[in-house]
Every structure is written in structure tokens, then in C-alpha cells.
Design a binder for this molecule. Structure first.
Ligand code: ADP
Ligand code: ADP
Length: 227
């Protein structure tokens, strides 16, 4: 997944805000990346563009060399289903449904070659919620709800999990559990993870740290692989 000369400008009341300015960056399959930087530096914007929740003003987001700007909305929807899972600071789950129903929800309108309920149960097992299938969302703690959100984001086995401040509403210990969960899924399932966070301690757990400032990438470092 790649950003090629990507800029994003928000226009309003005669003022233009450059949320992103001429970004070039490549994310490799299977990487665990943290995007850090101060509030307003463009972290959420770049994640939205990578997840095709929004379009660039200029430049292109490409996937295996193919520019997403040129996709029809139908093709984009299929692209997202195949490749992208998204989680947010506010979990964006359906409070009147059970954990299992929430995890199954992305599959409701899709034809898939597997049993939807079994797949959703497997995902809940993988985030440690094997005893919560039938709990209503409102009966779960914040950390448990975020784990449901992770299970839902990955139930269709996308290649990438994009997470925007997934620990922002959680206490430190719970935030660490969420990060460990993301780590485990990255290692076991091989899905790439890109996490936006302003918590630099959590960011240190990633393999690669991309730091943003004023809509630009000011640092991009990879951890040395263990010998
Ligand atoms: P971060 O996630 O690092 O806090 P954002 O990507 O949310 O930063 O925002 C980058 C800049 O773009 C900020 O100046 C923000 O105010 C502006 N911005 C983001 N989204 C919008 C929007 N929908 N309309 C107008 N300005 C926006
Ligand atoms: P985050 O906490 O993930 O950084 P933000 O507070 O930056 O989120 O943005 C939350 C939402 O508000 C996003 O959809 C973003 O596009 C929008 N937004 C951010 N800044 C502005 C702004 N200056 N004007 C209008 N919308 C904005």
C-alpha cells in the first residue's frame, strides 16, 4: 500500500487547511506500523485515505500498483471488503446486538464460502472473548468492546487492519492489552497493522514508527530485526 505525492486540503470559509502535503510512503504487507505526531498533524487523515474512507485532493493511494482514485464506488466497496478492516477510538459497534452479532455484521449482506457464525466465533476466540458470544455490547467493558471491534474488523480476513487511536478511550493497562492483541493478530494471521496513536510508549511496540508534523512525515524508523 502506497501514498504517491498525496495531498489533502480541506476548504472552508475562504481558508484552506493542508492536512497532508505531498506525502510519499510505502507500507509493506504484514508490517506493524505506528503513526505518531501531535494533534492536527494529519494522522487521522492519512489513515482515512489508506482505508478509502476519503479521497485525496491530489496524488494517489495505490494498492499493488493500482490507483484507488480510479475505482468506481462498487469496486471500492469490494476492495475494502477484501483488504481493509478499520477500528476507531469510539468503537462504533451496535449496542443492541450481542458480541457475536456485531462481529458477524460485516458479513450480513455478503456471499461468503464459509460459515459466518463459526467464523465470527473463531474471531472472538482469537481476541480472548470466547465466553462472551451472547453478551450484549452494553454488558461489556471498554476494553472488551474494543476487542469486539477488532474481531469485527478482521472477520472478513482483510490484509490490513487500520486503527485510529484504538486505545484513546481506555486506561493504560487496557490499552496495553489492546496493543498486545493487535500484535498477536499481526504475528499469527500475518495481517498488516497501521495504528494511529499519540501514546509514544505504545508506539514503541510497533516494528516501524512514522512520525508526522504539519501534514508531513518527519521521521520514519524501523526497529532492527533480531539477529
Ligand atoms: P490528527 O489525526 O493528527 O489529529 P487530522 O488528520 O485529524 O490530524 O487533521 C489534520 C488537519 O486537517 C487539522 O488541521 C484538522 O483540523 C484538519 N481537518 C481534518 N479533517 C477535517 C475536515 N473534515 N474539515 C476540515 N479540516 C479538517
Ligand atoms: P482523531 O481524534 O482521530 O484525531 P479528529 O478529532 O482529528 O480525530 O477528527 C475527528 C473527525 O472530525 C474526523 O472525521 C475529521 O475529519 C473531522 N475534523 C477534524 N478536524 C476538523 C475541522 N477542523 N473541521 C471539520 N472537521 C474536522
Amino acid at each position: 500500500m502506497e501514498c504517491v505525492e498525496v495531498s489533502k486540503v480541506f476548504k472552508g470559509d475562504g481558508v484552506s487547511t493542508y492536512a497532508l502535503e505531498d506525502i510519499n510512503v510505502t507500507f509493506e504487507e504484514g508490517e506493524f506500523v505506528a503513526i505518531v505526531g501531535p494533534s492536527g498533524s494529519g494522522k487521522s487523515t492519512i489513515l482515512s485515505l489508506l482505508g478509502t474512507l476519503d479521497l485525496t485532493t491530489s496524488g494517489n493511494v495505490t494498492y499493488n500498483g493500482s490507483p484507488l482514485n480510479e475505482y468506481s464506488s462498487r469496486k471500492l466497496a469490494d476492495f475494502r471488503f477484501e483488504n481493509i478492516g478499520f477500528i476507531f477510538q469510539q468503537f462504533h459497534l451496535l449496542p443492541t446486538l450481542t458480541a457475536l452479532e456485531n462481529v458477524m455484521s460485516p458479513l450480513f449482506s455478503r456471499k461468503v464460502p464459509y460459515n459466518k457464525k463459526e467464523r465470527a466465533e473463531t474471531m472472538l476466540n482469537q481476541v480472548g472473548l470466547q465466553d462472551k458470544y451472547n453478551s450484549l455490547l452494553s454488558q461489556l467493558s471498554g476494553g472488551q468492546q474494543q476487542r469486539v471491534a477488532i474481531a469485527r474488523a478482521l472477520v472478513h480476513e482483510p490484509n490490513w487492519l487500520l486503527a485510529d487511536e484504538p486505545t484513546g478511550n481506555l486506561d493504560t493497562d487496557t490499552g496495553e492489552i489492546i496493543f498486545d492483541t493487535l500484535h498477536g493478530l499481526n504475528r499469527n494471521k500475518g495481517c498488516g497493522v497501521i495504528v494511529v496513536t499519540h501514546d509514544s510508549e505504545l508506539a514503541e511496540r510497533a516494528d516501524r514508527i512514522v512520525e508526522m508534523k504539519n501534514g508531513k512525515i518527519v521521521r520514519d524508523t524501523r526497529k532492527q530485526a533480531y539477529a
